[in-house]
Design a protein around this ligand. Structure first.
Ligand code: AMP
Length: 172
């Protein structure tokens, strides 16, 4: 295991039965609170793919994607839960590990052909990431890849993302 993986794993806290019984929530707040670990994570995520825009998925994805965009010299684009973005949007609905949701992006978020990196904290079933890929493509962007802090391999989210370059800093 690399030094970075150990640093990440030591700072992600398992919270059993949150937000509902049977789910083990991966709490990244100890990692966010550690400036050295956070800097290493941002550096690593920013180096995964060349991109013009970095998409962050609400809400924890924003916390990682914004510094990644700054580090990569790329623009930041929010993908938000339905009803939060003020201008004209595109939307996608999908199933979550715990429930279902609809996410949106501004219709004019990308210049056609721009390379886009999608960033989130946890890849679980892959439903959120797949919906984000579809939104980016419908809005004219080209998905360069997906980068997540942690992948929950037992939920096989990667299998729903065939053809997309998915990188995770740690896999459990
Ligand atoms: P999924 O669509 O199932 O891949 O779920 C991914 C989204 O839900 C991400 O935005 C995560 O922040 C969140 N999520 C799903 N499962 C967990 C978990 N066990 N711990 C923390 N966040 C999770």
């Amino acid at each position: 295991m690399t030094e970075l993986s150990t640093m990440i794993l030591d700072r992600i806290r398992d919270v059993p039965d949150y937000p509902k019984p049977g789910v083990v929530f991966k709490d990244i707040t100890p990692l966010l609170a550690d400036p050295v670990a956070m800097a290493a994570v941002v550096e690593e995520l920013a180096g995964t793919h060349q991109a013009d825009k970095i998409v962050g998925i609400e809400a924890r994805g924003f916390i990682l994607a914004a510094p990644v965009a700054y580090r990569a010299g790329a623009g930041f684009v929010p993908v938000r839960k339905k009803g939060k973005l003020p201008a004209a949007t595109l939307e996608e609905s999908y199933d979550l590990e715990y429930g279902s949701a609809t996410i949106e992006v501004h219709r004019d978020a990308f210049v056609p052909g721009e390379r886009v990196l999608i960033v989130d904290d946890v890849l679980a079933t892959g439903g959120t990431a797949k919906a984000a890929v579809e939104l980016v493509e419908r809005a004219g962007g080209e998905v360069a890849g997906i980068a997540v802090l942690m992948e929950l391999a037992f939920l096989q989210g990667r299998e729903r993302l065939a053809g997309v370059d998915v990188r995770s800093l740690v896999t459990v």
